[in-house]
Design a protein around this ligand. Structure first.
Ligand SMILES: [Zn+2]
Length: 54
């Protein structure tokens, strides 16, 4: 499954969330550090980086 980068504005921390492409934008993402739910998705390019080779 691809990893999507997110940024938490509350604790200023970047983290990756593993989810299916169809879940992006629908699933509630929570910061692993402070459990903030209003996190920002980081756009690094057209394709999301993957945790392993396809
Ligand atoms: Zn946070």
């Amino acid at each position: 499954m691809p990893m999507y980068p997110y940024h938490c504005p509350k604790c200023d921390k970047d983290f990756d969330v593993e989810m299916r492409p169809t879940e992006v934008g629908k699933r509630t993402v929570e910061c692993p550090s402070c459990h903030e739910k209003k996190v920002t998705r980081v756009y690094t390019g057209f394709f999301a980086k993957t945790s392993r080779k396809a």
